[in-house]
Design a binder for this molecule. Sequence first.
Ligand code: SRM
Ligand code: SF4
Length: 570
Amino acid sequence: MGNRILKAPEGTPSDVERIKDDSNYLRGTLAESMLEPISAGISDDDNRLMKFHGSYLQDDRDLRNERQKQKLEPAYQFMLRVRLPGGVATPAQWLVMDDLAQRNGNGTLKLTTRMTFQMHGVLKWNMKKTIQDIHASLMDTIAACGDVNRNVMCNPNPEQSEIHTEVYEWSKKLSEHLLPRTRAYHELWLDEEKVAGTAEEAEPMYGPLYLPRKFKIGIAVPPSNDIDVYSQDLGFVAIVEEEKLLGFNVLIGGGMGMSHGDKETYPQLGKTIGFCTPDQIVELAEKIITIQRDYGNRSERKNARFKYTVDRLGLEAVKEELENRLGWTLQDAKPYHFDHNGDRYGWVKGVKGKWHYTLFVEGGRVADFENYKLMTGLREIAKVHSGDFRLTANQNVIIANVPQKMKKQIDQLIAEYGLTDGKHYSALRRSSMACVALPTCGLAMAEAERYLPVLIDKIERIVDENGLRNEEITIRMTGCPNGCARHALGEIGFIGKAPGKYNMYLGAAFDGSRLSKMYKENIGEEEILNDLRDILPRYAKEREDGEHFGDYVVRAGIISATTDGTNFHN
Ligand code: SRM
Ligand code: SF4
């Protein structure tokens, strides 16, 4: 093991560092702000801290102009995000979220790209009771946002049940171990007695400033890369031999976010540094987090993610530092193979006679639409379901662990409410993802969740004309370059630039192992459709056997391959 000297970037700490420092372990003046009766909002400083408690203050952007004209404060409301490691929820928990969304939210639930629930539209006055109800159902919102480790993802597919149960247990252990130790959440929301200033509060892993930026962990189980392991700050690939979990390949330094026109920011893929056994995974994650804590950029938040720390220090140096901190060395990485990063739909039979049904949830939005009572249907299923629900990383839900004797009843409910595995749609639609964007996301530059289905209606015509209806092509749209729907890993990607305008990206790999590249900048629907009218027929005619769209556009020279995040913009 070497002895390189690593350094954190110099510079004045960002404002958020000051807020964390002054916050007394994430308390700030949140208690007072939440009780303040005149405004439905809270101060900017408190909103920064609110994130660590799993929530953001937002305003309904559809109403923004009108309220401004009427000289009213924005239509403030909170978004609440649940911590749900591995995306597994019991039917009772589903019913609690459904009920809270109806009573205190905007009547819908968003299934997120990190396998959890978000509620939108919660008013300040209802926040405490909502968090208490979530807590009473054995879930919480701790560290769902903020400069800490976020919801730990793991492949939810229970088909190979034993392995998945084991991997799921590791995702829970990681999530628990990496939680902040401050009791601020319990005091503020659950009325626990004040313990500020005790030794317990010292945050032995995070320290009082927490991390320079958010941190994300995911575990993939090949051949499925549904959790997009290469996009995680810390990714684990399960290595299974003869039905036994040997351990995990370890990948570091992935991430999707960037800013338009700023080449210092870029999406990056995680790179492999070795292999560890299952019992080493928690210690390894902790040490990686302390490296980011010590060497991440605390002055420039746009360059503060672990991917930039890894690229700045170098992969080998980070590995060496990790092994120094661990006191043991990683084994050589083991071979594995991914087939896809999307979900597989419909019924599958797992072990022990249990059945699992993956339902297509367009844009992850669970709601009662005019002609599609998705939310009611899922509620009725939750009332009788004896297994569990698995929220997927592609914003869908698996009605999982259905015993043979219950399958008919679940099938009847699926039929009664017209719930769909999406098989009557094009495979393109089934392979789509869109971030929330407008009206709730304060950072959205263009629509995503509300627009992608409309755009797909039109692309589907081109797909159908060219015999590509059953061709899985991943398509992802985000309302800004933060990449919440992992846009840079979609074979077709759109990033919002301005209302109705998008940058279009092509050339990512179907298994999530290659980033896309910009094909056209700032284009509207007409140009998007014209381009696809040109490219999709060529793909239909010229593709090789089994060749995926992302690979074809690179081979045909329509776009050059991005070989590393650092050449994403070239
Ligand atoms: Fe995200 C910020 C929604 C997954 C990268 N993300 C936001 C905020 C909170 C906007 C804000 O800061 O004001 C969005 C709230 C919108 C709303 O109204 O609900 C938001 N992100 C989401 C969700 C709900 C999108 C979805 O439609 O499913 C996802 C919730 C995940 C979860 O359950 O924890 C979500 N966000 C992601 C992902 C995908 C992932 O993690 O696999 C990414 C890219 C991966 C990554 O982090 O590199 C992602 N979100 C960001 C970023 C850019 C971070 C960066 O490195 O530059 C921001 C902005 C920021 O942090 O400053 C952001
Ligand atoms: Fe908002 Fe941008 Fe994330 Fe979409 S990608 S939810 S617009 S921050």
